[in-house]
Ligand binder design. Structure first.
Ligand code: GLN
Length: 562
């Protein structure tokens, strides 16, 4: 796996050049959201990439947050961090996983980001006394970003997904910007509408009307859909394909049947059967090439063929709002587990355990039946004593444990309290006046917090860690140096490092200056797998490149099962 650092932030005011011919596929939602626009976009991008085209994928989020970092994961889903440190929507994670490569900050935009830029220019008198308006100024800023993302990535095709659905007021400017791009270069721009076709229980028949209406609504923006991806519980029949085609001015080969599938990873294979890639390149005037998704198909088979089932407990706090939401809040963690399970030939059954219930009493013994325990990233006080108890249980009972970010900080606190006897060891995030701040805030963070400058100011993005020889980490990665992505404000306090290491918990990954602790672990003589990372390894786990630490964890869990 390549851990190359790419710290390029947004490319400021740069104008894109107009020379190179570049293709754009806009993906817009119709009827309702949440039907898999992100997976559809990722799948088309994967197929085009497979045909030999370089593709970048752009997510447009119409909300006013400047980035996704300030949004609640239970409501909005996981915050996905790019190498550059930009905090983005979970769809960016899907794109990276499907394309098997990192995307840049220019591949993401929100209304907040666009408006902030326009307002900054206005304040700097860059509009030379003009009245600054949504059209043309905001619209043109969006167009500039569409083009720049394609140009800077050096791609042939940009797949640009506009969040929400076609009726939302807030995404109108993004559609308008796409329309202008199409007017300027009709040969290079196409539109796909990802729609939903209900099969009402009482009728038992698939209805096309809402989809027809959505296409017509898009028409009212002056945009003609070139393609409809028809999501439904079942496959679309030829008759309905023809019906949509006729009523929407689209040729039937551009109406794609996209029924529910067992796993999202089946989608590219299905699209390929439906010849999605071929019709897209035809519409964009590109030459068609044979698609071979054999590597992908092998991965899908591996996921489905896992022989034994291994039980993994994820102990956290964002699970209160029901099964529905929690899986989104930790999407990358789930995916990372899945890929590594497939890699070691098992299937992972993930149980979501609310940390609160481990705060008192004997409930923690429930953890005995699991083959591995994860405490993922998190913030704040809720459930943390329960997490610490779960970690202690995993350590004492030698259950494979993997701590991610907060899960590593709490692992250090647990060790300090229960092994080193520092009873009041804590993190200043929860207990600012603790006498033993084993997890402390970095000096530069103190000023930011005092000024309430929370947005985009954590330690974010890709940083290098050096790995010590003869450690689980070094063996798993097979490298001396790795780049991993961060998102946290607190760190292991340097004042306690010597004491902790003497007491047996080893920091096997450190920043090159030796100040920041990146990985903590117990030796394998003592425990089969007790590892925590200050970074989020899950952001770099990919279907075709499972993450080495997750794989080592799943290997240990598989062993426990035996
Ligand atoms: N709350 C901790 C911090 O800010 C951990 C953050 C996380 O788990 N992403 O340092």
């Amino acid at each position: 796996m390549a851990y190359a650092r790419n710290v390029k932030k947004h490319s400021g005011h740069r104008s894109p050049s107009k020379k190179k011919s570049h293709k754009y596929l806009f993906v817009i939602g119709g009827v309702m959201s949440g039907v898999g626009k992100g997976i559809a976009s990722s799948s088309i991008a994967l197929i085009l990439q497979n045909k030999g085209y370089k593709v970048n994928t752009v997510k447009v989020d119409p909300y006013l947050n400047v980035d996704a970092g300030t949004m609640n994961p239970t409501e909005h889903g996981e915050v996905f961090v790019l190498e550059s440190g930009l905090e983005t929507d979970q769809d960016m994670g899907n794109y990276e996983r499907f394309l098997n490569r990192p995307l840049s900050a220019d591949d993401y935009m929100t209304s907040g980001m666009v408006y902030a830029h326009v307002i900054e220019k206005e304040r700097n008198l860059e509009y030379k006394g003009k009245c600054v308006e949504a059209v043309p100024h905001v619209r043109d800023e969006i167009i500039r970003r569409y083009r720049l993302a394609g140009e800077l990535s050096g791609s042939d095709v940009s797949v640009i997904e506009i969040g929400g659905t076609v009726g939302d007021f807030q995404n109108a400017l993004f559609i308008e910007a796409a329309r202008i791009l199409k007017v300027e270069r009709p040969e290079d721009v196409m539109f796909a509408l990802v729609s939903y076709l209900p099969v009402p229980g009482t009728l038992g028949e698939m209805k096309t009307r809402p989809t027809q209406n959505a296409v017509h609504q898009l028409n009212s923006y002056g945009v003609q859909a070139d393609m409809v991806i028809a999501r439904s519980t079942v496959a679309l029949d030829q008759r309905r394909k023809e019906k949509i085609a006729a009523s929407c001015n689209i040729s039937a080969e551009y109406i794609v049947s996209a029924p529910d599938v067992e796993s999202v990873y089946d989608v590219p294979l299905n699209f390929n059967k439906e010849k999605v890639g071929s019709v897209v390149v035809k519409k964009l005037g590109l030459s068609d090439k044979q698609t071979s998704l054999s590597e992908w198909a092998t991965f899908v088979r591996k996921v489905k063929n896992g022989k034994q089932e291994v039980s993994i407990a994820v102990v956290g706090k964002y699970f209160d709002t029901g099964d529905f939401v929690l899986s989104d809040a930790y999407l990358s963690v789930i995916e990372a587990i899945k890929y590594s399970a497939a890699e070691v030939g098992v299937t992972a059954r993930i149980s979501w355990l609310n940390a609160k219930k481990f705060e008192k009493g004997n409930e923690v013994k429930e953890l005995k039946k699991y083959h591995g325990i994860i405490v993922p990233g998190g913030f704040g006080e809720t459930g943390i004593e329960g997490k610490i108890n779960a970690i202690e249980y995993a350590r004492v009972n030698k259950i494979p444990y993997f701590g991610l970010c907060y899960g590593m900080q709490l692992m250090v606190i647990e060790y300090a309290r229960n092994v080193l006897g520092i009873e009041d060891a804590h993190t200043v995030e929860i207990h600012p006046k603790t006498k033993n701040p084993v997890i402390d805030v970095m000096p530069e963070q103190k000023n930011l917090i005092a000024k309430k400058q929370y947005g985009g100011t954590m330690r974010l993005g890709s940083y290098v860690a050096e790995l010590a020889p003869n450690t689980i980490a070094r063996r798993a990665y097979g490298a001396e140096q790795v780049y991993e992505r961060h998102r946290h404000r607190y760190e292991v306090n340097p004042a306690y490092i010597e004491r902790i290491e003497k007491g047996g918990l080893r920091f096997s990954g450190k920043s090159p200056d030796g100040v920041l602790m990146e990985i903590a672990e117990l030796s394998q003589q003592e425990h089969p797998f007790f590892v925590g990372t200050q970074f989020h390894p899950e952001f770099q786990a990919r279907p075709l490149n499972p993450h080495p630490l997750f794989t080592a964890f799943m290997q240990a869990a598989k062993k426990r099962k035996k």
